[in-house]
Ligand binder design. Sequence first.
Ligand SMILES: [Fe+2]
Ligand SMILES: [Fe+2]
Length: 310
Amino acid sequence: MNATPMTLRYPVFLPDGRELLPAGTCLSRRLLKEISSRRGRKRDPARSLIRHGTVRRDLREMIRQGTYRAVFRDRDECSDLFRRMEQDRLPLPLLESLDYFHRKDPYTYRHTLMVFALSCLLDRRLGKFRAGIEENRAGPLHDVGKLCVPLDILRKSSPLRRTDRDVLEHHTLAGYTLLFHFLGEAGEPSANVARDHHERMDASGYPRGIRLRNRLAEVIAACDVYDALVSPRPYRKESYDNRTALEEITSMAEQGKIGWGIVRALVAHNRKDRPPPGLCKVSSEKRGTPPEGNLYGIIVEDRPAPPNTA
Ligand SMILES: [Fe+2]
Ligand SMILES: [Fe+2]
């Protein structure tokens, strides 16, 4: 575990509303170990994510819409992908957290499933389908900490205030803690991704501002950004078109925020002839146009408290 201290700015709540840890808690190795072993005595039953509720149907519908129609156009590849995703099993409370997003925040529900599918697709393209199931939990669980973010912030269609942004960023450490709670120490790779998927290789991310060196978190980070660009979002009327989205991701690699390997895989997959990622030359030319009125990243500073006139 990285030595950079991790202190919760806000409480971490369980899906049933009980507080797991209060604000101000320092997430030490010892505490996380204790949280994991507490739950260890009472393991939750695990079920296939894709067979849960309407997940399979919803996912099939999502990959037929907009940009994703082209991304998932190869039928054999998709069948292989769905077979692969069948293997990913999650404990019941985490599946139920997906139901929560399905009911209350369809953007997060959709995003969760698409990052799951995209990360499996990219892993396949990179030739890294792995035997173990642990690492594939990271896609669908990367944003589970959003359970601890009020819905009015998640669904906000106007620019976020600075405090909203702080609460939103809490989802990384909240997810990290929740995954230790529900998956135990065996879930540490997924927990690390929940914590680190907004970190960047040049240390410009959050929550700790460390240099991202975790390959799995890097894959999820790229899928996370790509899906956020090409999918509907409450804070803009239109999504990015595919070309502009790929150019944005390319810019991130040019700035040293994510690695070229993952960008090449994404770009290669979007080429007609789908060359092997290692042979794909990524153009630095930028011809796309971001959609108008995109409020992402715009922060309204909190107003200072009025002077006390009493
Ligand atoms: Fe996130
Ligand atoms: Fe995300």
